[in-house]
Design a protein around this ligand. Sequence first.
Ligand code: NOJ
Ligand code: MG
Length: 561
Amino acid sequence: MTMPLTEPGTVPPTLVKDPLWWRSAVIYQVYVRSFADSDGDGTGDLRGVRSRLGYLKELGVDALWFNPWYPSPLADGGYDVSDYRDIHPTFGTLEDAELLITEALELGIRTIIDIVPNHLSSEHPWFRAALAAGPGSPERGRFWFHPGKGPNGDEMPTSWISNFQGDTWTRTVNPDGTPGEWYLHLFTPEQPDLNWNHPDVRREHEDILRFWFDRGVAGVRIDSAGLLIKDPALPEVPAEVPPGGHPTEDRDEVHDVYRSWRRIADSYEGTRVLVGEVWVPDAQRFAAYLRPDEMHTAFNFDFMSRPWDAAELRASIDLMLAAHAPVGAPSTWVLSNHDVTRPVTRYGREDSSFAFARKRFGTPTDLDLGRRRARAAALLTAALPGSLYLYQGDELGLPEVELPREVLEDPMHFRSGGVDPGRDGCRVPLPWRGVAAPFGFSPEVPGGDGTVAAPWLPQPAEWAALTVQAQESDPASMLWLYRQALRIRRREGSLGDGTLTWLPSDPTALVFQRGDDVVNVTNLGTAPMALPDHDRILLSSTPLVGGMLPPDSTAWLHRPA
Ligand code: NOJ
Ligand code: MG
């Protein structure tokens, strides 16, 4: 049974109240596969999420963003969608999703889903039909099929490099068994790119948006949002790329797509938001996606990519706030997600900046230092103006797990020739309670087939100290820090959306005021620092010592207005 919320008057009150919710929201990212398993198959599922909504409410989040939950062969963790209007059977059913959306709304929590428009699964009916129909067919027109170069057509049409390293073209076999055309995939061969010049592609995705908005989702996170449009002339990537001149990235025509999506979002009651995954290094071109008739917000990856260094972080904050100001959009603050190294680990490394190209096995890490800095960063980002993203498990201070090679699944690992550990280390199932794996991730009693499977990725034994249960009884835990921070952030009108004023400080500190009465002090130096004037300390990531803020710590101060 499906229950689209299309009838007037059926839209739940939470969805319509507070039209500017997205400007200050705290959005918790749920990687369904690893959040909570209800049926004992070792994989998280929607009933698992439903059973933990109380935990998310208590944490104090405003919305949930779900990574792709659709039917998928999981060649890239679900970013290879074979049906955009259903739920992966391992995760549950469409009805489970509808119940989850509704139950979360009853607790005042909105749902954002992940839309994957750049590519689909090679198992999607459109791609299967395209392969079967052969060269020159209308079915192939929805993709980028092309004859190869060279006398036998056995050279790729371009030498573009994949976002996952390696080739971007795969040769097909004709229905009669002879070598055929090539097709484009900016990621894996299991993720053929769609041709966004084709009207079917546009219509289909507009319809998918309506399908989910009708079911009460409050927004969509748009995967690989800058990549949709390709130069049909298929030129090589120039040595010096002029603005908008890359054959597959950030082309000007892509903005038309988001203008039409914005019109659809705006046609719904309640503010339904578009959140872009936009990896565009130029801050002005990035902000162009946030013009008033396009997306509402986009992930700010600049801050996340910088090292733990006061000058770097301050430069990033200034750069991103300045870029957002002219388009009137709030910035987002993101410390991590399902693609990058967990903050506790990253900040404990000599090079604490993030870049995909630098990930290696066996990088030395000081987890105590990393944890202290991750706590300071949690408060710092929660104090900055705009919305905040929190990736599941960061509220527990989970480190990146260096998994044994034989359990790795991520194509980024394999396509790097085994050099890059890939992204599985931040996707390990959450520890909920108890002293041994699966730490309450799966139920203790067997499910339908009489067994309880091990979690799909193994949890380290040390996670016994990091379970939700263990942290709930420890006021010094990361979980307490996040709960307190989100409660204060919600209560203090000066936090969330708004402006920021830097206060004079030593260059190794980040000291700024929000509104009339809240001051953030982050000490990135090596010595304890004195605090500016205040009448109360709202929260501190490390206990003060003799009234001084220790290194690698943040304090929130209240000062009389
Ligand atoms: C970005 C997603 O976050 C990542 O997980 C995925 O592999 C790529 N886009 C391709 O869809
Ligand atoms: Mg399950």
